[in-house]
Design a protein around this ligand. Structure first.
Ligand code: SF4
Length: 361
């Protein structure tokens, strides 16, 4: 681990006057058209600006080299291009990088870049903190600060891309927060990432992970895009799940099972069930049996996750041998399962750990 804390980020062009100016990324297409009109600029400038902010990930007006200098100066006077400030970065020996970013209102979030060969996956946060209170999660322990705007979520992906200086091949909204408690911004950022005017990432390579907020799963199943859905299941036994994930206690497993059946019927897409194996909590034979029953006969993929140890937590990962037994037993009833290797195990990779650590310093 090589912490790079308190490093200033050259991506930020904040100054004292910036608070009165609006972030250029928050302008809609029509608002940009209006702005160009006010500045007596031709309409095609909007396309150029959008390309810079959404596709090329410009972090300053100076980057926008095909805009006339006078326009760049006018934009700088009226707006800000205020990306988040990097306040910590950790590098893992497996190549993953974890970032703690701070927005202008001092809200902080975490995001992670995970390279694999020529590919780069980004894990982004949709909220600062989280209200769901999962008992094994450092973020859940700190509660919710606020939801992020679509631009703020997008900026995390751009930040990671710029740091790796490579194309992003997939994005998972699996960082801090419950994406479906910030539904509109989540959808908006997925569409922007998917759009050829954004990063042009295929919809199937864009994944939303939810604890199982049922009304929003229903809504998501009606969206036209082929985005991927992951459900954090962590137990198919109601009593255990209620303890692990109190934020979704009001949605029963039975209800979740029915809604996921409807989701599959409607979309034809295979959801993933995330299952962090916790020794002595959700890795018993009866838990395995319940998981088999929940998934058997349905279109599903189970991701068995090696729990990241959170210092001070009472939860510990199951043994690799037990994880393999889960894979085998699920396979016997035709349920596809894989063990997801924990990336960045040598850094504070579990969601919320890095910000928790810095808060304690
Ligand atoms: S695991 Fe996810 S949903 Fe649960 S508290 Fe942590 S951030 Fe929130």
């Amino acid at each position: 681990m090589y912490p790079d804390t308190n490093s200033s980020n050259n991506q930020t062009s904040s100054n004292s006057a910036s608070s009165s100016r609006r972030d250029l990324r928050s302008f809609s297409h029509n608002e940009l058209l209006e702005l160009m009109d006010q500045l007596h600029q031709p309409k095609f400038r909007v396309q150029q600006i959008e390309e810079w902010i959404w596709s090329k990930g410009a972090v300053s007006f100076e980057d926008m080299s095909n805009l006339p200098k006078s326009l760049r100066e006018s934009l700088n006077k009226r707006t800000v291009l205020q990306g988040p400030q990097q306040i910590a970065r950790q590098l893992s020996q497996d190549g993953s990088r974890k970032y703690l970013l701070r927005y202008p209102d001092n809200t902080t979030v975490e995001c992670v870049g995970m390279p694999s060969g020529a590919k780069l996956a980004v894990c982004a946060s949709t909220q600062a903190g989280c209200a769901m209170g999962c008992s094994f999660c450092a973020t859940g322990a700190a509660g919710l600060a606020r939801s992020l705007t679509a631009s703020e979520i997008y900026e995390q992906v751009i930040h990671v891309r710029n740091d790796f200086e490579t194309r992003v091949s997939s994005v998972v909204l699996m960082g801090q927060g419950e994406p479906f408690m910030n539904y509109d911004n989540t959808l908006s950022v997925l569409r922007r990432l998917n759009s050829p005017d954004g990063l042009g990432i295929g919809a199937r390579h864009l994944t939303v992970s939810t604890c199982g907020v049922i009304p929003m799963i229903k809504r998501f199943s009606n969206e036209p895009e082929q985005f991927t859905l992951a459900i954090s299941l962590h137990s198919a036994v109601q009593k255990t799940r209620d303890v692990l994930m109190p934020g979704v206690r009001k949605y029963s497993l039975l209800h979740l099972y029915d809604v996921m059946g409807e989701y599959v019927d409607k979309t034809g897409r295979r959801p993933t069930y995330e299952y962090a194996l916790i020794g002595g909590v959700n890795d018993s034979d009866s838990e395995l049996g319940a998981l088999r029953d929940f998934c058997c006969g349905t279109l599903a993929h189970v991701n068995l996750i090696q729990l990241n140890e959170v210092p001070g937590s009472r939860f510990h990962p199951s043994s690799p041998a037990r994880a393999q037994q889960f894979v085998n037993k699920l396979g016997e009833v035709g349920v596809e399962a894989t063990i997801r290797l924990s990336r960045g195990a040598d850094i504070d990779a579990a969601c919320g750990q890095l910000s928790q650590k810095l808060r304690q310093q």
